[in-house]
Design a protein around this ligand. Structure first.
Ligand code: FES
Length: 165
């Protein structure tokens, strides 16, 4: 399966034109690839490297470094709980334990119904609002177990919104 299709290349050329150097578009292009397939496959990294004229190792290093990139197909909702110091002190371990219990999966796993993937990730850059969890593109801040329960219930009903949390 081709990831960097002719259609993708046309979009990518427009994006590259906005930057002084083509390789500066690497992260936005990876985000675009992930938006289209839900993850960044090995073949996608290889195809993008060739398209940008970069070594494969450089593309792979970026995908491996940033936790926002999924290297495996993720569930419909990717729950990424920050585990760094501010969030840790504010209760992230309890939130992770609750998610493991409620979803029946460990970090790095996806529920059998394909609804949820659980990850513990590095700082999400919102330390002042710890503990923080990212769900797909949305941030949920100052979480506690009751808020997390309500959020899971919302997600189970297909509602992803950051209302009043
Ligand atoms: S430590 Fe959790 S957002 Fe920074």
């Amino acid at each position: 399966m081709a990831f960097v299709t002719e259609e993708f290349k046309a979009k990518a050329e427009k994006l590259c034109a906005k930057y002084p150097r083509r390789d500066a578009a690497l992260i936005p292009l990876l985000q675009e690839l992930q938006k289209e397939s839900g993850y960044v496959a090995e073949e996608a990294m290889d195809e993008l490297a060739r398209f940008l004229g970069l070594p494969y190792s450089r593309v792979k290093a970026v995908v491996t470094f940033y936790t926002m990139f999924n290297r495996e197909p993720a569930g419909k909702y990717h729950l990424q709980v920050c585990r760094n110091i501010s969030c840790h002190m504010a209760g992230a371990p309890g939130l992770l334990a609750l998610l493991r219990e409620k979803l029946g999966i460990a970090e790095g796993e996806t529920t059998k119904d394909g609804q949820f993937t659980l990850s513990a990730v590095e700082c999400l850059g919102a330390c002042g609002a710890a503990p923080v969890m990212q769900v797909n593109e949305e941030y949920f801040e100052r979480l506690d177990e009751a808020k997390l329960d309500a959020l899971l219930e919302d997600l189970r009903h297909g509602r992803l919104r950051a209302r009043g949390l």
